[in-house]
Design a protein around this ligand. Structure first.
Ligand code: ADP
Length: 256
């Protein structure tokens, strides 16, 4: 579904990825784990076409088997939630407008993109199913947890088969974070693919099958979750002694 082959990419002046290769198959539930600055967000921005790799021979980034991707097609197949998206809305955008904007792959409300009544109804129904009831509430006045759920609703409104989430529980309080993880579990049970970045192993939901460890723009380990989430691997990744324990599919980490 997503194939990075020898990809080089910059963020501003910083070369974040250099000769980077990674393949993610459709149907997989993958967690990409790594310390701050490892390049996790950069990877996802490349997939979402918010950022483009350096164009050179022997290097490609294929989505659904193609080098060139129709953005509309991409937005209809993949639902994407990131921190940048959360910050991209204007002060007057309402909760319902945020969710409806998912039909157009757009941020915010645009005069020329008028949703149909049916689309508004679908957006409302999804909001309600995620516990969001005030459709006229201003997005910027919502709590971080509500904003994140609204963006999830936006990502889900056109039923994408894949969700890509950049640190979905980041900045949420304990209750909101656990509620978010429960929601993600239920999406997995509906058979969706999911790619999540995080730097907290306790945010890796039990449904995740594969874990990729990333450091300084390089894959340092990649494989089945139980083989990758070991004390030795995580200690090396974060350059400090860590002990990993597993309980019922959830992982925890201790220092020492
Ligand atoms: P992660 O998501 O793993 O924390 P990022 O992909 O956000 O890592 O960042 C990777 C590297 O790119 C870091 O060194 C970061 O400082 C740099 N970087 C990120 N965004 C920008 C930017 N807009 N301009 C310059 N450098 C950036």
């Amino acid at each position: 579904m997503i194939e990075f082959n020898n990809v080089t990419a910059y963020q501003g002046e910083t070369k974040v990825l250099d000769g980077f290769s990674l393949t993610l198959e459709q149907g997989e539930r993958v967690a990409i784990l790594g310390p701050n600055g490892a390049g996790k967000s950069t990877l996802l921005k490349l997939v979402n076409r918010e950022l483009y790799p350096v164009d050179r021979e022997g290097s490609s980034l294929k989505l659904f088997g193609n080098d060139r991707v129709n953005l509309w097609d991409l937005r209809s197949k993949i639902g994407f939630v990131s921190q940048d998206l959360q910050e991209g809305y204007t002060p007057h955008t309402t909760a319902l407008q945020v969710v409806v904007s998912g039909f157009f792959g757009a941020i915010g409300a645009h005069g020329h993109l008028q949703p149909s009544e049916d689309q508004r109804e679908q957006a409302r129904a999804l909001m309600h199913s995620l516990g969001l009831h005030d459709e006229q509430a201003l997005f910027e006045r919502q709590s971080t947890g509500q904003k994140r759920r609204l963006l999830l609703a936006r990502a889900l409104v056109h039923h994408p088969h894949t969700l890509i989430l950049d640190e979905p529980a980041n900045g949420l309080d304990m209750g909101a974070s656990l509620a978010m993880l429960s929601l993600l579990r239920s999406f997995c049970h509906e058979g969706r693919s999911m790619i999540i970045t995080t730097h907290h192993i306790d945010e890796i939901i039990p449904e995740t099958e594969r874990v990729v460890l990333l450091r300084q723009g390089k894959v340092v380990a990649d494989g089945p979750k139980a083989e990758i989430l070991t004390s030795a691997n995580l200690s090396e990744l974060y350059e400090t002694p860590l002990q990993i324990t597993e309980n019922n599919g959830w992982y925890r980490c201790w220092h020492g």
